[in-house]
Design a protein around this ligand. Structure first.
Ligand SMILES: NC(=O)c1ccc[n+]([C@@H]2O[C@H](COP(=O)([O-])OP(=O)(O)OC[C@H]3O[C@@H](n4cnc5c(N)ncnc54)[C@H](O)[C@@H]3O)[C@@H](O)[C@H]2O)c1
Length: 331
């Protein structure tokens, strides 16, 4: 059994703690949160010791690995502390909001980076991972274009947006990671367009509510990411890949597949699964499973700190491109 400490008992901490506790080869050994009542709620539900100080959980002798689900600015410090204590790490995205700090953390980890996984959960979504596998099996021939649609149901609270790092580093970073994973090579050109179509208050933050990003790799593969902070019909998460021999695409998920027909409408379906915790339930479960499986088999992590750094590099390039309304070229 792998004994895991959950750092941070907020939105994502609650999801991960439950998945750790339910895993057949892991136990939730500890939960740490300065709001110790939040930590205690999770240990009451799933077991383990509650701590206010994350370092106490990291250094606890009965902890083999930690999952970092704390606010982004604490990730690097906690990741380095855990690795120095000999613990394996699954760290939430993004590594940091500062690109130099993220790359410095990767370099400081050295060989220990192989014991750190980054939390890009969408790679574990059953639909996305099936498309990835079927492309690798040659089902659509040569890869030409990837289209990603990624829309939140509504604008996050202003307090969240103030510290989020902006739509590219906070939200599009998930899609940029998917893009790198699907394209199989690094983009060398980034062109992004950013608008404030419904949230003028974002001007004060230099942020946008609606963006499009285009990527191109050295061999000419293309990707377009459409992202909005608001889609009135719900959390819209779709992906489409065109190749020389066909196309693969996935639909949004709903609670059931029932469709309604009457005199006014046909094909009427229930609402989309609401937001990330419901839409990506299975992806989060499989992500924790991949982390535990890699540890038990002493295999390299399936998503690395370098993946986190490269996605952040693309997010920074997209921000620069949108701000300057020009194409950004990367080496
Ligand atoms: N992969 C995903 O889909 C996904 C989804 C949501 C959030 N996230 C990431 O997870 C992280 C947390 O986001 P959230 O939405 O859960 O935030 P949140 O505010 O809901 O929870 C954060 C928790 O961490 C606690 N905390 C603060 N400093 C701490 C410290 N030093 N040690 C331990 N706990 C500490 C807070 O008290 C709070 O309870 C962010 O980096 C975010 O980008 C990822």
């Amino acid at each position: 059994m792998i004994r895991i400490a959950m750092l941070g008992a907020g939105r994502i901490g609650q999801v991960h703690a439950a998945n750790i506790a339910r895993h057949p080869h892991a136990v939730l050994a500890a939960v740490a949160d300065p709001l110790v009542e939040n930590a205690r709620q999770l240990t009451d539900a799933w077991g383990g010791h509650a701590f206010a100080d994350p370092l106490e959980a990291i250094n606890h002798p009965q902890v083999d690995a930690v999952v970092i689900g704390t606010p982004t600015h604490t990730h690097v410090e906690l990741m380095l502390a855990a690795v120095r204590a000999g613990k394996a790490v699954l760290c939430e995205k993004p590594v940091d909001l500062d690109l130099e700090k993220a790359f410095a953390a990767r370099d400081a980890l050295g060989d220990d980076a192989r014991r750190v996984m980054l939390g890009f959960n969408r790679r574990f979504d059953p639909g996305f991972s099936e498309i990835h596998r079927r492309i690798a099996e040659g089902e659509i021939g040569d890869f030409h274009q990837l289209l990603i649609t990624s829309r939140d149901p509504d604008l996050a609270p202003y307090g969240y947006l103030q510290t989020s790092g902006g739509i590219f580093r906070d939200m599009v970073i998930h899609d940029l990671d998917l893009a790198r994973w699907f394209l199989g090579e690094e983009p060398v050109e980034v062109f992004a367009s950013g608008s404030r179509l419904f949230a003028p208050q974002l001007a004060a933050l230099g942020d946008y509510d609606t963006v499009m990003v285009q990527l191109r790799t050295a061999s000419g593969k293309q990707c377009q990411i459409n992202c909005s902070r608001r889609a009135v019909y719900g959390y819209d998460q779709r992906l489409e890949v065109l190749g020389s021999a066909g196309m693969l695409l996935n639909d949004n998920l709903r609670e059931t597949s029932v469709r309604h027909y009457n005199a006014q409408q046909t094909e009427a379906r229930g609402p989309l699964l609401d937001f990330f915790m419901a839409r990506y339930t299975e992806a989060y479960r499989l992500e924790i499973d991949a982390f535990i499986s890699a540890l038990r088999a002493n295999q390299p992590m399936p998503v690395t700190v370098n993946d986190g750094c490269q996605a952040l590099r693309l997010a920074d390039a997209a921000q620069r491109s949108a701000d300057t309304r020009s194409v950004v070229t990367l080496d």
